[in-house]
Design a protein around this ligand. Structure first.
Ligand code: GLC
Length: 445
């Protein structure tokens, strides 16, 4: 990986007189260079590409990426607009701009659930003319599929996410437990460890995950439901499946055994960062998160449990099998961009082998380029990529529809209502949500 060091700064001149002389010389040289049409760029020659993204977990890695791009592309300047980290809030910011055909956005981050919506609305430009078939084949098939709408490609996948179970290796070993296979086991084991630890004056929780009303709640709840043989939407019939017995049972388990049980009630306000904080402060035995959490949890500067973290597939219910939600972020180009070629140059650079590798090594992002799963440096930084590769490959997508955000909104409200109230009528609320979902789903049949 070519990571170049910053150029040394020029030494300060010792006397004012020499400073003035030097400044005059520099101005003369610069003017001559410009007149001669040499590499020095005039301000007006530099094209600005506006990149709408969210605040990264490892900001230094992104600083480095932009530094490399600027160094190699002196004619393009990337101006970043950093939006909120939550997928739901970021969606609102970005779609507002795109609805207004804003010139403030050329390249943007796109959650894996948005390509259909952005394509149908005409916001994301099709990229088929930019990317050759052989190049496309180097990416994970599912990731390309997630960016394809009516046979055209609307985004280039930058990294994939899939849900996984993190656990405290040291605590499980100390008390003689293996990583849990079922959700019930997870709740039982964590309950026992919490009691044993409290007898030693250490007060911890069993589990930490994301249960706030936002997109992450749909990912998590879908994992529970799928792992009990249920579904959110029946793919064949195209109708809601949240009233099905397996789905109701899974939701009831979360309400009765996870919230205020294995996990503190506070998780009802947690997105990824808050839930990870609890885990890395050593206050939870188990944790559900995406692959990036591995490096943070093992970073002694940020985590009190570095070196004591294990990873396993998410548990399932006795009748089902383990499922991970498919997540991940894509790069899209606005249909309204006036600099599409330059925007593509930037997208191509970000999704390249070299930059995906940097993101994998430095910030634990799971690559979308297949070859990187055999790369020794990537595997050294992320040993779990070897064992979890099939989890990435088989991660389950959320329903694919241009109306996904509206569908998700119904699901978020439903899940949040029932899991935050032990007296809630789960079946009744599921009926209401189902009716709303079916109305929406029938619009796209
Ligand atoms: C991660 C996933 C994304 C998902 C989000 C939910 O960022 O990559 O697909 O929607 O989490 O919080």
């Amino acid at each position: 990986m070519a990571i170049r060091s910053a150029r040394p700064k020029p030494r300060r001149q010792r006397t004012a007189g020499r400073g003035v002389c030097l400044a005059i010389t520099i101005i003369m040289v610069l003017s001559l260079t410009m007149l001669a049409g040499c590499p020095g760029k005039k301000e007006s020659d530099v094209m600005t590409i506006r990149f709408v993204t969210w605040k990264p977990n490892q900001p230094e890695a992104w600083e480095e990426i932009l530094r490399i791009f600027h160094e190699e592309n002196p004619g393009i300047r990337i101006e970043r607009e950093i939006g909120p980290h939550s997928s739901t809030a970021f969606h609102d910011l970005l779609t507002q701009k795109l609805k207004n055909r804003s010139r403030d956005v050329d390249v943007f981050f796109m959650d894996v659930i948005w390509p259909a919506e952005f394509a149908a609305a005409g916001w994301a430009m099709p990229l088929d003319d930019f990317i050759a078939a052989q190049e496309r084949e180097k990416f994970l098939e599912g990731a390309i599929l997630a960016n394809t709408f009516e046979n055209r490609l609307y985004g280039i996948p930058l990294f994939v996410d899939s849900g996984m179970l993190y656990y405290r290796k040291d605590l499980l070993k100390q008390y003689g437990f293996k990583p849990p296979v079922t959700w019930q086991e997870m709740a039982d084991i964590s309950g026992k460890i919490v009691i044993k630890e409290s007898k030693k004056g250490r007060y911890i929780y069993g589990f930490s995950g994301q249960f706030k009303q936002y997109e992450g709640l749909v990912c998590g709840m879908m994992e529970y439901i799928l792992s009990n043989n249920g579904m959110l939407v029946d793919r064949e019939k195209g109708v809601s499946a949240v009233t099905g017995k397996p789905a109701i049972e899974a939701v009831r388990f979360v309400r009765d055994r996870i919230i205020g049980g294995a996990a503190p009630v506070g998780v009802l306000a947690y997105q990824e960062p808050e839930s990870l904080d609890l885990f890395i402060q050593g206050k939870a035995v188990f944790h559900r998160n995406w692959p990036y959490a591995w490096q943070i949890a093992n970073d002694p500067q940020r985590s009190t449990i570095a070196g004591n973290v294990g990873i396993a597939k998410l548990p399932h219910f006795p009748a089902g099998k383990s499922y991970a939600a498919l997540g991940g972020w894509q790069l899209g180009i606005s249909s309204y961009s006036e600099h599409k070629e330059a925007a593509w140059k930037f997208v191509q650079f970000l999704a390249s082998d070299r930059i995906q590798k940097l993101l994998a090594v430095r910030s634990g992002k799971a690559p979308t380029r297949k070859a990187l799963y055999d790369d020794p440096e990537v595997l050294k930084a992320n040993p779990h990529f070897r064992d979890m590769k099939d989890v990435f490959l088989s991660a389950y997508p959320r329903p694919v529809t241009p109306l996904y955000p509206a569908l998700s909104n119904i699901l978020q409200r439903y899940f949040s209502t029932v899991i935050s109230d032990r007296q809630s009528d789960i079946a009744g609320e599921a009926e209401n949500a189902s009716r709303e979902m079916n109305k929406l789903l029938s619009m796209t049949q």
